[in-house]
Design a protein around this ligand. Structure first.
Ligand SMILES: *[C@@H]1O[C@H](CO)[C@@H](O)[C@H](O)[C@H]1NC(C)=O
Ligand SMILES: *[C@@H]1O[C@H](CO)[C@@H](O)[C@H](O)[C@H]1NC(C)=O
Ligand SMILES: *[C@@H]1O[C@H](CO)[C@@H](O)[C@H](O)[C@H]1NC(C)=O
Length: 296
């Protein structure tokens, strides 16, 4: 009886403690749209992103510095602002004037625990990055760097999202259509991972997720897209992948996003940013059962 009452009192969606970051900057609209979508879905979200565009800075990390005289990107903070700061009306929105790794680290260690009763985030979500991070681009991406830091150094399951469409846009502009579609898709995948139960991902695994172009005619709403399990780079000389879709070689991310309205989902190894072994691919495959499709 007691446990029945306890279950009945649970909210419909379990609020999950989420830390967000990116490399395009804390004020970029893809990140803010995803923040809004996650918050609306009932999650407990804290954003900690770089004060400036830090695209392409990989896994760099350095102590945050005072903001220079021209302020944060898109005038989102005044010149000479302190090395870290938050939006005065929404303290869940935070900048760190340094690299993506430094930003998510500061969020995990210092900012998020204030909102989570001292607990650490349960999942780290980076991006959606403005522009794809496919195959050989992966090691250079700060959006990937931040996710890999969370998975490897902080022991928090992490997903890096990137989308092909659009260009850098300030948070206070009207929400571009692609930003909304990417945020909806990112929530789809995140919800599926959360519903699969903890541990959300195997130890040392992160997911590299790439959304293809949003077009006005075909790939124009979240329900038009399908998710496909992929490899970061080709596996010609690698051991076999998990068996799925009738083969033991996963398609590359480039193959998937090049096929139309298909989203690539690559299980990555946090130790070196390459594709993980078949055993851990299989755990991800099972968690995403029902969401994943095969290429035509
Ligand atoms: C800060 O938050 C307020 C309220 O949500 C919003 O109107 C404003 O644009 C935000 N500014 C930045 C830089 O995030
Ligand atoms: C960040 O800089 C890169 C080049 O370094 C550029 O391609 C990208 O559009 C910029 N992004 C933003 C948000 O300004
Ligand atoms: C993703 O969520 C949208 C609603 O936002 C839904 O219409 C769509 O079917 C979902 N897609 C997948 C693949 O689950």
């Amino acid at each position: 009886m007691r446990s029945w009452i306890f279950l009945a009192a649970l909210p419909l969606t379990q609020a999950t403690r989420v830390i967000q970051s990116n490399d395009d900057g804390w004020a970029e609209i893809n990140l803010r749209t995803f923040f809004n979508v996650l918050t609306k879905a009932g999650h407990n979200v804290v954003l900690s992103g770089p004060a400036e565009n830090q695209s392409g800075t990989g896994s760099s990390d350095a102590a945050p510095k005072t903001v220079d005289s021209d302020g944060c990107q898109f005038s989102s903070c005044p010149g000479g602002s302190p090395p870290t700061g938050s939006n005065s009306s929404n303290p869940r929105l935070n900048y760190v004037n340094s690299f993506p790794v430094t930003s998510i680290k500061t969020g995990i260690d210092t900012t998020a625990p204030k909102f989570f009763n001292g607990a650490k985030p349960e999942i780290a979500l980076t991006g959606p990055n403005v522009g794809s991070n496919l195959g050989i681009q992966v090691p250079f991406s700060g959006t990937v760097g931040a996710a890999v830091y969370a998975a490897k150094d902080a022991g928090i399951p992490a997903i890096a999202f990137s989308g092909k469409s659009g260009s850098p846009t300030a948070w206070n502009q009207p929400t571009p259509f692609y930003s909304q579609v990417y945020a909806d898709l990112a929530l789809n995948l995140t919800s599926k991972i959360l519903a699969s139960g903890a541990p959300y991902l195997p130890d040392g695994v992160w997911l590299n997720v790439n959304f293809p172009e949003v077009t006005s005619t075909e790939c124009n709403s979240a329900n038009q897209f399908k998710f496909v399990l992929s490899r970061i780079n080709w596996g010609i000389f690698s051991a076999k992948d998990v068996e799925t879709c009738g083969t033991d070689r996963l398609p590359t991310e480039n193959d998937v996003v090049g096929a139309g309205c298909y989203v690539s989902v690559s299980p990555g190894d946090a130790s070196d940013k390459t594709t993980v072994d078949a055993e851990r691919q299989k755990v991800v495959l099972q968690k995403l059962q029902g969401l994943l499709s095969c290429l035509p």
